[in-house]
Design a protein around this ligand. Structure first.
Ligand code: NAD
Ligand code: UDP
Ligand code: UDP
Length: 319
């Protein structure tokens, strides 16, 4: 099989860097385009010596003219702290970024995959969420730049598919964690791990009974690659995530156990629009991709803790 030229936007980020590594390992050429807003050169350091890997500083809100066979569109800050830093830029990244990458796919005939999100479902009234649920999203709140930007990107993907018959793939990614999560992004997994490693209080927002389901990064990458490899009639949207659901209190306990920390719990106010529950229905992914997560929370937490511990030991983040 001819090796493919694959563009990964947001390729220097958490998910993108693992995706680039995996695509290289499968024999492809990889062009990573990133504006380094939340991504870093460190994340892609292991690939810089590989002649099949190219790193391009590029903002997807501007056009990009390159020749590729596949596009994974991951560019977009994913954590509330980062996407709320410059909300207008967040919407532009999702919307203009999608238009530019779809235009590129149209010109080159490339397959294109969109990294969409479970936030499409907002604060859902049904549980678990299936792909045919339309969601309950606040259009004017602080999370809207991300949620509505991603919803509009989905609209654009399906209109390019209807209007131009582009081979599109839309993945709705649920909470994913692992090494290379940003230590300062305020996400629950990184917060809890850092607090536990420092023996500081673990910050529980609200009563800690809200739930999330956490997918380990390796499982997510496998799902994304399987989705890209489906036939053209498979467009999605398709949920990718781990259906095993935990309360934030259970997560805190798992992190305390895995680190041997002496941290206590510290209850704080719940942020605005914080969803109560979130768990994917992955029936479609099981059937269409023969995919389901394989890494249990304990094992994934172990690898993630080891990563953060190494950052601390190396003086890259304060101990
Ligand atoms: P991340 O912040 O680590 O990665 C995003 C990357 O996009 C970064 O490298 C950043 O520098 C880059 N970027 C941001 N704006 C850009 C722009 N305008 N032009 C070019 N590059 C830009 O986040 P992640 O967790 O790796 O998320 C990757 C994708 O997956 C995002 O689209 C995110 O919305 C989606 N997603 C992630 C999760 C999760 O739990 N991690 C869940 C749902 C969806
Ligand atoms: N575009 C791009 N690279 C390409 C082709 C297009 O970045 O190789 C961008 C370009 O900025 C354009 C957008 O994608 O505005 C949408 O392209 P499309 O062909 O769908 O629309 P049009 O050019 O007619 O606006
Ligand atoms: N959360 C928490 N303590 C923290 C960070 C987050 O209790 O230090 C909660 C947060 O309120 C939410 C859940 O953990 O209910 C997941 O938050 P995160 O920002 O990681 O993901 P998202 O809300 O986008 O799913």
């Amino acid at each position: 099989m001819r090796k493919k030229r694959v563009l990964v936007t947001g390729g220097a980020g958490f998910l993108g860097s693992f995706l680039c590594e995996r695509l290289l390992a499968l024999g492809n050429e990889v062009l990573c385009a990133d504006n380094f807003f939340t991504g870093t050169r460190d994340n892609v350091a292991s690939m810089l010596g590989d002649h099949r890997f190219e790193l391009l500083r590029h903002d997807v809100t501007f056009p990009l003219y390159v020749e590729v066979d596949e596009i994974y569109n991951l560019a977009c800050p994913a954590s509330p702290i980062h996407y709320q830093h410059d909300p207008v830029q967040t919407t532009k990244t999702s919307v203009h970024g999608a238009i530019n990458m779809l235009g590129l796919a149209k010109r080159t005939g490339a397959r294109i995959l969109q990294a969409s999100t479970s936030e499409i479902y907002g604060d859902p009234e049904i549980h678990p969420q299936r792909e045919d649920y339309w969601g309950r999203v606040n259009p004017i709140g602080p999370r809207s730049c991300y949620d509505e930007g991603k919803r509009c990107a989905e609209t654009l993907f399906f209109d390019y598919w209807r209007q131009h018959r582009l081979p599109i793939k839309v993945a709705r990614i649920f909470n994913t964690y692992g090494p290379r999560m940003q230590p300062d992004d305020g996400r629950v997994v990184s917060n809890f791990i850092l607090q536990a490693l420092r023996n500081q209080p673990i910050t529980i927002y609200g009563d800690g009974q809200q739930t999330r389901s956490f997918c380990f990064v390796d499982d997510m990458i496998e799902g994304l690659i399987r989705l890209m490899d489906t036939s053209d009639d498979v467009t999605g949207p398709i949920n990718l995530g781990n259906p095993v659901e935990f309360t934030m209190l259970e997560l805190a306990q798992a992190v305390i156990d895995a680190t041997g920390s002496s941290s206590q719990l510290d209850y704080r106010p719940l942020p605005q629009d914080d969803p109560r529950q979130r768990r994917p229905d992955i029936g479609l992914a099981r059937q269409a991709l023969d995919w389901q997560p394989a890494v249990p929370l304990k094992e994934g937490l172990g690898q993630t803790i080891a990563y953060f511990r190494a950052l601390m030991d190396g003086g890259r983040i304060p101990a």
